[in-house]
Design a protein around this ligand. Structure first.
Ligand code: PGA
Length: 351
């Protein structure tokens, strides 16, 4: 992906300025602003490689790219910081008990939503023992992929789907959240964009809150296809849930940006890489769904987040939280990551 260092740097210094002074009192010279806007415009419109950016809806002003000249100042959402712990396929009865005990003992800051996702078999155990400040998520939910449902509810209910767990069951057991479209499922189990979109719609229809994962491979990033890939993943979700009754976006669909090359590798995306993609996702939501959704949607970063790198990432205005794998299995580290919310609110002036 092409980034503009000078622009990013100027945005960053504006951000620092805002942090220190709260109210920026300098004015950028007009030629500098115009040049910056042209470069940002090129970033969002010239490198699309064929992804779909819909025309503005009637009555809506043509998107003003100046928003991006203030990337770290005004391009933020207004949602609560949210941290997810994806336990993946890890655990035993004994280790879940210990992890829950450690989490319950943790001192979690105010104004942060915390959601942990045990493997299906341990959800009941975890949910029964966790303090209510922790919400629980499933790591997947079934949808009947071949079902063609014009209502976009895909309400296939129970049936002959050996080995699967349905959204109806999650609803029945009052499991409030579900992670969908994780890259491990996309790559190992061949879940394509359309399937993930259907799963999100179906889960929303059953009242579940969703963390939907998007992200590019290393190869896609190196061939400058990052945004193209992510926007196609988002479009598949938007095709299924945009503004439909019982299946809206709102604050209950969280997007987790997880570059695949950073997951479980110890290789964290740089803060600029993260903020640039998050800002692009927010802009995409604004152009393709609505401004309200763009502001309300929480965008998490996931990929080798730990207790030492979280604060640097949390400073950024469009980083509304994290989805954490490995470090979520250590309660002390995970609680520290949750509490990077304090850094975030301070940095964006919402402390
Ligand atoms: P990681 O996993 O933190 O171990 O990189 C993140 C994820 O897969 O959600």
């Amino acid at each position: 992906m092409k980034t503009d260092c000078s622009l990013t740097e100027s945005c960053r210094s504006m951000s620092r300025f805002q942090e220190n002074e709260k109210q920026p009192s300098f004015i950028l010279s007009q030629p500098l602003v115009m040049a910056s806007l042209a470069r940002v415009n090129a970033f969002f419109t010239g490198k699309t490689g064929g992804f779909r950016v819909s025309a503005p809806k009637p009555g809506r002003p043509v998107p003003v790219t100046s928003r991006h000249s203030k990337l770290h100042v005004t391009a933020q959402g207004n949602g609560r910081f949210i941290v997810g712990g994806n336990w993946k396929c890890n655990g035993t009865k004994a280790s879940v008990e210990a992890l829950v005990k450690g989490l319950n003992a943790g001192d979690i800051a105010d104004k942060v939503d915390v959601v942990v996702a045990p493997p299906f078999l341990y959800i009941d155990q975890a949910m029964g023992a966790l303090h209510p400040k922790f919400k629980v998520a499933a790591q997947n939910a079934w949808v009947e992929y071949t079902l063609d449902d014009p209502t976009h509810h895909y309400d296939s209910e129970s049936g002959a789907f050996t080995g699967e767990v349905s959204a109806e069951m999650l609803e029945d057991l009052q499991i409030p959240w579900v992670i969908l479209g994780h890259s491990e499922r996309r790559s190992l189990l061949n879940e394509d964009n359309k399937m993930v979109g259907k799963k999100v719609a179906h889960a929303r229809f059953h009242g579940l809150s969703v963390i939907v994962c998007v992200g590019e491979t290393l190869e896609e990033r190196e061939s400058e296809k990052t945004l193209e890939v992510i926007f196609a993943q988002l479009q598949a979700v938007a095709d299924e849930i945009d503004d439909r009754e019982h299946s809206s976006w709102g604050s209950q669909v969280v997007i987790a940006y997880e570059p695949i090359w950073a997951i479980g590798t110890g290789k964290v995306a740089t803060p600029d890489q993260v903020q640039d993609v998050h800002a692009a996702i927010r802009e995409w939501l604004k152009l393709n769904v609505s401004e309200e959704v763009s502001k309300a949607t929480r965008i998490q970063y996931g990929g080798s987040v730990n207790e030492t790198n979280c604060a640097e990432l949390a400073r950024f205005s469009d980083v509304d939280g994290f989805l954490v794998g490995g470090a979520s299995l250590d309660p002390e580290k995970f609680v520290q990551i949750c509490n990077s919310s304090v850094v975030h609110y301070k940095a964006v002036g919402r402390a």
